[in-house]
Design a protein. Structure first.
Length: 297
């Protein structure tokens, strides 16, 4: 990774008596996908809006591409692309018209036809924006953020409303941006999206960063328990199993840091009694598990 594209030190922001951001600090390296996760009201949106230059901070130091976003002006805007949760675009424009207009704001834009192809919107180039479906509009939002060929892209819930195929295509586009040396700051409520895309993840709760690191190790995931689940055989309770277990609806749940030994003991016990462990799954502690624990949900 190169020099930091974003530096945030002791950032603070209040609204009246409410402290929305309380001493947040983190860095994002050039060419990195950095995911900022947090529940609604945690201070995530305020932090991102300060980085984008839409909101003034009360205290702390912020550097975005070497500039203070409060004073970066056009020099910063020409190097940044943004996908907001909701983007307002004149609905009587065609998709191509909106793309060409957006490209005109940047000194070295990507070819509009290329971006339309990337977003799978070529056949919609002449369509009025008001005729697009929700997923098509979201793909247009993403295309508008990319057409200027920015160095840094803010993606705020970028795949909301996408079907599974469109989400995977969007992920491929984000990965390709990293290959070109672009930097991405991503906010999302989809844990699989953060797991698939982010080099590093930070979790914000109560206006503070409560964890920061690679997705696979966040919140102690690397050393966390593996979870074994299966449908409880009829007539048996968790207490009848050879390992400590708890009931979750009709399933038995076993958590262990020695999954190989635990699985051997469990299956040997079941085979010896002629039992079938229906729906048997073995999964490591997920990013969602770690996230929910970190934010106290």
């Amino acid at each position: 990774m190169g020099q930091p594209a974003i530096v945030v030190e002791d950032l603070k922001k209040s609204y009246g008596s409410v402290e929305a951001v309380r001493g947040v600090s983190f860095e994002v390296a050039e060419g990195e996908v950095f995911a900022l996760l947090g529940p609604n009201g945690a201070g995530k949106t305020s932090t991102v809006e300060i980085l984008e230059g839409f909101r003034r901070r009360d205290a702390g130091r912020v550097s975005v591409l070497g500039m203070d976003p409060e004073r970066g002006g056009r020099a910063l805007r020409e190097r940044v692309g943004i996908v907001l949760q909701e983007c307002g675009i004149e609905e009587l424009l065609t998709v191509a018209e909106a793309m060409h207009r957006q490209a005109g704001y940047y000194p070295n834009p990507r070819a509009v036809d290329e971006v339309l192809h990337l977003m799978d919107l070529t056949d919609k180039a002449g369509a009025r924006i008001r005729t697009l479906s929700g997923g098509q509009r979201r793909r247009l939002d993403l295309g508008l953020a990319l057409v200027g060929n920015p160095d840094l892209i803010f993606l705020d819930e970028p795949t909301t409303g996408f079907d599974p195929g469109a989400r995977r295509n969007a992920w491929a586009i984000v990965r390709s941006l990293c290959g070109l040396g672009k930097t991405v700051l991503l906010t999302t409520h989809y844990m699989d999206e953060a797991q698939a895309l982010a080099h590093r993840v930070a979790v914000i709760a109560g206006g503070r960063i409560v964890a920061d690191g690679p997705p696979d190790s966040l919140g102690g995931r690397a050393a966390g328990a593996t979870v074994i689940r299966f449908r409880l055989p009829e007539g048996l309770a968790p207490e009848d199993l050879p390992l400590p277990a708890r009931r979750q609806e009709q399933q038995a749940v076993i958590e262990t840091r020695e999954p190989t030994q635990a699985l051997h003991a469990l299956t040997a016990w079941a085979v010896g009694r002629g039992l079938e462990l229906a729906g048997l799954t073995v999964t490591p502690r997920s990013l969602e598990d770690a996230y929910l624990e970190l934010v106290g949900e």
